[in-house]
Design a protein around this ligand. Structure first.
Ligand code: NAD
Ligand code: UDP
Length: 315
């Protein structure tokens, strides 16, 4: 017999960076985990150490196609997340967010599961409000190169709230701000992985633009703790809720910190700023504090040290 608290949990995108950490955390918490992934940006290496666990199962599947399984909770993370990956095949990116959401919401409705959407700070686009709170509707270019991701995620949020209102589905929408940590794809082009890899190889650190644009970086363990708290929160709380670290850094400051922590000989070089690159990003996490009693614990320097250690071993 299964205990009341033992859930069958589906994680789409479970072989990716965040998904694989979440698989580990939920197995540690005693749940049964079904990891579904098409391995577009994720890899079996991220979950290889879990394959022998009888409570863990991996299924290679693309969420743009329907899925028929019996589960209690669904964390919908499937979607390439870094600009170079989501711009590689933008049509598939939009399909993954939109058709993926429709398929996972349909599954949740059929089996009466609770479902969480991994949304993003990108729904705010290049924000005119600072810091960004959940009440801000955003400033997104609908036809730019980031739109396949931003608008796909915005449409997924719309679908989640329509399933909630129309079918009383139990939903949670979490807006993730830049998160980093071990198991980031070394070639995903994201700023933290790029700078660490470049610094460890003593290669030039590529600053796009003048490096004055800001981001706020959340360590992965803080993020997965928030995911699980949100999933376990009262059904009346559906979000959207910002999850991120509200300490803001310029990209140049990040580069200098990475050089210092790696004792690298790398120099900073300037490259053109990508189109529609947001100039400022920082979450207002008041709602997460109030509703989930959550705040990040890991400061940037501490998280970078752990991440650098992992990249040193991996490279
Ligand atoms: P990731 O690329 O490492 O993980 C995404 C996973 O989804 C990969 O394993 C990939 O193979 C899988 N995937 C992609 N398309 C799929 C499809 N059609 N069917 C099945 N699997 C598919 O990225 P991540 O950083 O772990 O991001 C996970 C989720 O969190 C994404 O939805 C992303 O949009 C969201 N998010 C992440 C961040 C961040 O800073 N890491 C910020 C905002 C939002
Ligand atoms: N960036 C940079 N150099 C790099 C990679 C990224 O200066 O090698 C900048 C990028 O232009 C953006 C910020 O770092 O302003 C964060 O980029 P990332 O792709 O990590 O995430 P985003 O928040 O833009 O989705």
């Amino acid at each position: 017999m299964r205990g009341e608290s033992r859930k069958r949990v589906l994680i789409t995108g479970g072989a990716g960076f965040l998904g694989s950490h979440l698989c580990e955390n939920l197995l540690e918490a005693g749940q049964d985990v079904l990891c579904v992934d098409n391995l577009f940006t994720g890899t079996k290496d991220n979950i290889a150490h879990l394959l022998d666990n009888p409570r863990f199962e991996f299924m290679r599947h693309d969420v743009t196609f329907p899925l028929y399984v019996e589960v209690d909770h669904i964390y919908n993370l499937a979607c390439p997340a870094s600009p170079i990956h989501y711009q590689f095949d933008p049509v598939q990116t939009t399909k993954t967010s939109v058709h993926g959401a429709i398929n996972m919401l349909g599954l949740a409705k059929r089996v009466n599961a609770k479902i969480m959407q991994a949304s993003t700070s990108e729904v705010y686009g290049d924000p005119e409000m600072h810091p960004q709170s959940e009440s801000y509707w955003g400033h997104v270019n609908t036809i730019g190169p980031r739109a396949c991701y931003d608008e796909g995620k915005r449409c997924a949020e719309t679908l989640f709230f329509d399933y909630y209102r129309q079918y009383q589905l139990k939903i949670k929408v979490v807006r993730i701000f830049n998160t980093y940590g071990p198991k980031m794809h070394p070639a995903d082009g994201r700023v933290v992985s790029n700078f660490i890899v470049q610094a460890l190889k003593n290669e030039p650190i590529t600053i796009y633009g003048d490096g004055s644009q800001t981001r706020s970086f959340c360590y992965v363990s803080d993020l997965t703790t928030a995911f699980i708290s949100a999933m376990e929160s009262d059904d009346s709380f559906v979000g959207p809720v910002n999850i991120g670290n509200p300490t803001e850094f310029t990209i140049k400051e990040l580069a200098e910190l990475v050089i210092e922590l790696t004792s690298s000989k790398s120099e900073l070089i300037r490259l053109p700023l990508p189109e529609d690159d947001p100039t400022q990003r920082c979450p207002d996490i008041g709602l997460a504090k109030k509703e989930l009693d959550w705040a990040p614990k890991v400061q940037l320097e501490q998280g970078l040290e752990k991440t650098i250690e992992w990249f040193r071993k991996t490279l």
